[in-house]
Ligand binder design. Sequence first.
Ligand SMILES: CCCCCCCCCCCCCCCCCCCCCCC/C=C/C(=O)SCCNC(=O)CCNC(=O)[C@H](O)C(C)(C)COP(=O)(O)OP(=O)(O)OC[C@H]1O[C@@H](n2cnc3c(N)ncnc32)[C@H](O)[C@@H]1OP(=O)(O)O
Ligand SMILES: Cc1cc2nc3c(=O)[nH]c(=O)nc-3n(C[C@H](O)[C@H](O)[C@H](O)COP(=O)(O)OP(=O)(O)OC[C@H]3O[C@@H](n4cnc5c(N)ncnc54)[C@H](O)[C@@H]3O)c2cc1C
Length: 673
Amino acid sequence: MGNLNKEIRDGDHPDITEERLKSTFDTHKMAAQIYNSQRAADRRNEITSAVLKIPELQDIKPLPFLSREEKVEEAARKIGILSEHLYDLVNVNDGAELYHLNNVVIGGEGNPLALHGVMFIPVLQAQATDEQKKKWLYRAMKREIIGTYAQTEMGHGSNLRKLETTATYDKATEEFVLNSPTTTSMKWWPGNLGKSTNYAVVVATLIINEKDYGPHSFMVQLRDENTHKPLPNIEVGDIGPKMAYNATDNGFLKLNHLRIPRTNMLMKHVKVEKDGTYIKPPHAKMSYSAMVHVRAHMNNTMAYFLASSLTIAVRYSSIRRQGHINPKEPEVKVLEYQTQQHRLFPHIARAYAFSFAGAETVRLYEKVKKDMESGETELMADLHALTSGLKSVVTYLTMQGIEQARQSCGGHGYSMASYISEIYGIAIGGCTYEGENMVMLLQLARYLMKAAKAVKEGKKVEGLVGYLSAPDNRHSLIDRTPEKSYDTYLKTFEHIARQQIFRAFDKLEKMLTSGLPHSEAWNKCSVELTRASRLHTRLFIAQAFARRVHDVVDFHIKEALDDLLHLHLNYELLDVASYALEDGHLCGEQMNFIRSELYRSLGKIRPNAVSYVDAWELSDMELRSVLGRRDGHVYENLYKWAQNSSLNRTDVLPVFEKYLKPLMMSARKNSKL
Ligand SMILES: CCCCCCCCCCCCCCCCCCCCCCC/C=C/C(=O)SCCNC(=O)CCNC(=O)[C@H](O)C(C)(C)COP(=O)(O)OP(=O)(O)OC[C@H]1O[C@@H](n2cnc3c(N)ncnc32)[C@H](O)[C@@H]1OP(=O)(O)O
Ligand SMILES: Cc1cc2nc3c(=O)[nH]c(=O)nc-3n(C[C@H](O)[C@H](O)[C@H](O)COP(=O)(O)OP(=O)(O)OC[C@H]3O[C@@H](n4cnc5c(N)ncnc54)[C@H](O)[C@@H]3O)c2cc1C
């Protein structure tokens, strides 16, 4: 039997090898849990190995040393080379393989095809008629055309019903006239819109005979397919540098009375007939499918970003020695400090939890997508509620975890050599895109309030909110059940979520009864409502984690995941315990129990810490981090990395002669006076 941790190699830093030798589980088998099958985990490694053999696909130099223009060029260069090798490298119909290829070769900073793959193709798949698919989808899949999803405007992103871009139907010519009447109506933000794409699905307010039918999707050709010059009546460009994600040309678009044929409206579910008759879709929000698509996949993307930062931080913490626990012994690895463990391990557990919750969400999404093809829309509300809550909670907790990972690396964490700040910058965009987090929590709250109302009216609710109808214990039994029985924990999470949902409901009802209009009452309850949504979502995440551990067959993997779950439940419960203390569901003694279980968990996780992150099987090429190197040889490589700085090309910079020398000379002269 070989080593259980598959990352062990000769010549690695002995401190990191020592960690890996302690592994109690096979890291590649654990990867199968993370990536949902052994085959998927194998394929990731095969793709990475194949990419490593293609010299043109390697980074020309570390990305932080490239200017924005160089980043954009570099991503495009690699996409060109990838196009040639694509069919040898991946199964192009497998989104996970494509996503992995992207992460290894290009990374999270973006590429010209990012929105093409993430939104343009999915929106055509879901909303185009067969005829429209023949015209655009198949060309898009062959990359003959490159598209994006242009919805957000300078003045409106969250409130889609107030988009100012109009698509007015002209019955005489059977055309839509697309117009951006104001500065604020300009499309602003769509990824790759600025310079890369030549087509876009533009979301505009449909007007027929002066009646407003709300947001609808239209195919618009932006640029000439040969010259790439913007077509007449179209102004398009890049919106400038952002916090991160700067290889992507997020763009602006102004449409000046642009005429497009009637058949350019995506009409699989909704129609505008030649005479202007409007035929409603089976569900009013079917045209929001591209957003739901991304939200459903965001848990996994966030889990990946979080796991990347933690891989960097945990590996580094195992070779970084500083300070003593026992003054008679050598300096310890910083991973030995309980504070360091408390800072990192709960986030490792979250990364796993997000990945398991993500797998369940994608399964539900696939089912709803299939249903929608035949006009069946019953589960759309459930999916919308679930994805709205998850995208908000998961992005927010990911942000916290990545920042903790950065701080846990001390000074070197602040250097771009760690690459954590770039990962942070990319990940936190997720708190905003695909629906600002508060806005989406309030969407989930609508669903929860409906369920609460039904329960109050004596009806039984089921599915994701079934616990609202289930019996509840007045007091938690958390410290009175056998080890590894997590039901009492989950019941406590249920209790907390239920209490908060009804607290928000009662507050809202009271205000409505007092005569306040619904929208005002809603606003005055919105903090309580978002709390209810968060607690409901955190319950779902904990349940998804427990369900996965329950289903695992391999003994060692189950044990290792069980340790993480134990940590997760205790840590998360402490985080929200005030809700349960308020009504006496938990008592002080039980709080002490939860705390001591948490500390015990940290000790249990410690020997496997490096293996838990290694199990994500993130190669050096995709991590792009000196601190997170698989071999642990950080210091000599930090020094090498710094040699890339253009400031080091000469010993003396021109600014010396220009500014610093005169400054010092005059200071010296003055001090002689
Ligand atoms: C050569 C080959 C190379 C190959 C390699 C390369 C391959 C590349 C591919 C892979 C690359 C991957 C790279 C990954 C890197 C990742 C990192 C970065 C990724 C960045 C991507 C970012 C993309 C971002 C895009 C966007 O942001 S698009 C814009 C998103 N905008 C929003 O989300 C707006 C938010 N607002 C809304 O959604 C709506 O306004 C609203 C839902 C808030 C409200 O809508 P509305 O006003 O219409 O409705 P009401 O509030 O009145 O509600 C009415 C009822 O409708 C229900 N409802 C609402 N929505 C839905 C829904 N979707 N489904 C079902 N029901 C819905 C409400 O619940 C209400 O119901 P009720 O009345 O019963 O309560
Ligand atoms: C990296 C990145 C990539 C993007 N890519 C795309 C893309 O490809 N295509 C595209 O179309 N768009 C894209 N966007 C735009 C993005 O979808 C929007 O910015 C996002 O939906 C938020 O909308 P907003 O900017 O209007 O925020 P605002 O709504 O202006 O938010 C400002 C504040 O107002 C609050 N708020 C707003 N409405 C409410 C409400 N009803 N109740 C309570 N509080 C409220 C919010 O919570 C927030 O605190 C991207 C954005 C980013 C950052």
